[in-house]
Design a protein around this ligand. Structure first.
Ligand SMILES: [Zn+2]
Length: 200
């Protein structure tokens, strides 16, 4: 298994090892770290270097269309995910399990996933809604830059996650286009692929 493969499937059944960390992480510049209370406040979100040019172009083109967003959260380590989950369990009890991925099951550990936030009239919003212009624009256009809306509405059974209009995942131009055209999630794509192999 090549954990550095940008088409990798990570979900509740396909976990990353505890010690996996991408070796090409870079800090994004147009960003904020919503999770700084748990870490160094100066630490900005990081993503893998291979996705950065695509992310940059997507943000530029969004801006041309009067859509502005920031990268609110990028790479998160296994241990950090654990801290996040434990903090949320403390706050919300067992409901936390449906809101935050278990360590190893979070795509944020790949460095290929981003959560977006935005400013409106100088006010910071990280609770991105389906009807927000940035969410609408990205859902329709992110595939052109190799990203997918990873946890779409109505696909909760396939992904194992609630609808997250703010979470986008880089899978490369070809796969993003394919998933967008066919309206399938990454989980469904791999399930279908496995079935085809079994049937042979
Ligand atoms: Zn996310």
């Amino acid at each position: 298994m090549n954990y550095d493969d940008y088409e990798i499937l990570v979900n509740k059944e396909h976990l990353l090892p505890k010690d996996y960390c991408p070796n090409d992480l870079i800090v994004t510049d147009n960003n904020e770290n919503n999770f700084h209370q748990f870490k160094d406040p100066k630490l900005k979100p990081m993503v893998r270097k291979i996705i950065y040019p695509y992310l940059e172009k997507m943000m530029q083109d969004a801006k041309i269309n009067n859509i502005e967003f920031i990268v609110d959260s990028g790479y998160r380590s296994y241990d950090y995910q654990k801290v996040l989950l434990e903090a949320l369990i403390h706050e919300k009890g067992t409901e936390a399990y449906s809101l935050v991925a278990l360590p190893g099951a979070s795509e944020h550990q790949t460095g290929l996933a981003i959560d977006i936030a935005y400013y409106k009239d100088g006010i910071y919003f990280d609770d991105v809604k389906e009807s927000d212009p940035a969410a609408i624009w990205l859902a329709q256009n992110s595939y052109k830059y190799g990203f997918i809306l990873r946890y779409p509405k109505g696909k909760e059974c396939a992904t194992g996650f609630q609808y997250e209009p703010w979470h986008f995942r880089f899978v490369g131009l070809n796969l993003a286009q394919k998933l967008f055209n066919e309206g399938v999630t990454l989980d469904e794509y791999y399930a279908r692929k496995d079935n085809t192999i079994l049937k042979r």
